[in-house]
Ligand binder design. Structure first.
Ligand SMILES: Nc1ncnc2c1ncn2[C@@H]1O[C@H](COP(=O)(O)OP(=O)(O)OP(=O)(O)O)[C@@H](O)[C@H]1O
Length: 311
């Protein structure tokens, strides 16, 4: 069982501003923990920093500062190539994330070989079929021989999930995993992720625009606004009793929080006066300034976090 502690994560990108260059802070002192069998949802609009956090967790980007500590159940740090095996990502676009020239079998077999999970062609083939059955891509022999263009979006995303789990991943970062899929099949893919999570004791970070699925499929929600966490707490509390003006705005923009696919409106809404220097924490029932949250996060208290999330 693997868990992740993210502490005061910061990511600055150098951007061109007219003739000058300046830093844009995409992620500002974000802290959270991912625990086995638990899902944390990161919600926020486009540009709030969600994908940047996913890239930092999966080492596609390097943090400017802050820590990401991945540990096994006994506390052993997960580093180097083991990190890549343990922490895997499911991307938003199942059309772009699979290579059109390779078969389904190739996509799932590759991580098995790279991470030394199977020995020999026969064992690898068997494991590929097993993974395909686990994600309900059957008959597995038939599906293994298909190429991505022969599959629907939902089937492709199942291949992407099988590929992510093949190396024995314990931490799954799912970046808008269903937003490009037909609304009618979204629930099926999310239910599949939930089942795999239970079976493999996965720690999941679920990144989404969709408050309804965030509520149904996560234990904890972090609301991100311009790189900072402005509200956090148990999923129901954040959605049913939002405190921060930004969360309220998201909840209003989502037409029906009970309906899966109730996506946050992408049209511009008035954000004047919204303050991302304060965060409401439903666990403590208190508002805190980001400087105070960040100062406390520097001294992580895992036990308290676990107890809070479990309660
Ligand atoms: N490589 C980059 N170079 C410069 N700026 C970047 C880069 N990647 C992201 N940003 C900026 O960082 C901020 C956060 O972007 P990010 O993609 O993390 O947001 P997001 O919430 O995931 O949005 P979306 O849902 O559209 O992916 C944005 O202002 C974005 O323009």
């Amino acid at each position: 069982m693997t868990s992740v502690d993210v502490t005061n994560l910061v990511k600055d990108y150098g951007i061109r501003d007219g003739l000058r260059r300046r830093d844009l802070r995409a992620v500002d002192r974000v802290s959270f923990s991912l625990l086995p069998r638990r899902t944390v949802a990161l919600v926020g609009e486009s540009g709030s920093g969600k994908s940047t956090i996913a890239k930092l967790l999966t080492r596609l980007e390097k943090p400017t500062s802050g820590r990401i500590d991945v540990r096994l159940g006994d506390g052993t740090p997960v580093v180097g190539s083991l990190y890549r095996r343990h922490v895997q990502m499911v991307f938003q676009d199942p059309f772009a994330s699979l290579n059109p020239f390779h078969s389904v079998e190739h996509h799932v077999a590759r991580p098995l070989r790279i991470h030394g999970r199977t020995r020999g062609a026969a064992a690898t083939h068997e494991r590929v079929l097993e993974m395909l059955r686990r994600v309900n891509l059957t008959p597995a022999e038939h599906m293994a021989a298909r190429r991505p263009h022969e599959l629907s979006g939902g089937q492709r995303q199942r291949v992407a999930i099988a590929r992510a789990l093949a190396p024995g991943a314990q931490v799954l970062v799912a970046d808008e995993p269903v937003s490009m899929l037909d609304v009618s099949i979204r629930l099926g893919v999310l239910n599949l992720l939930a089942r795999l999570q239970r079976e493999d004791d996965l720690a999941v970070l679920y990144i989404t625009h969709d408050l309804a699925t965030a509520r149904h499929f996560s234990d904890e929600i972090l609301v991100l606004y311009r790189g900072r966490v402005v509200e956090r707490g148990p999923a129901d509390a954040v959605i049913l009793d939002p405190h921060h003006d930004y969360t309220k705005l998201l909840a209003q923009a989502a037409p029906d929080p009970e309906r899966v696919g109730g996506v946050i409106a992408s049209s511009p809404v008035d954000r004047s006066g919204i303050d991302n220097s304060v965060c409401f924490d439903h666990h403590t029932g208190q508002w805190e300034h980001i400087d105070d949250v960040a100062a406390r996060a520097g001294v992580p208290d895992r036990h308290a976090t676990e107890k809070r999330i479990a309660s």
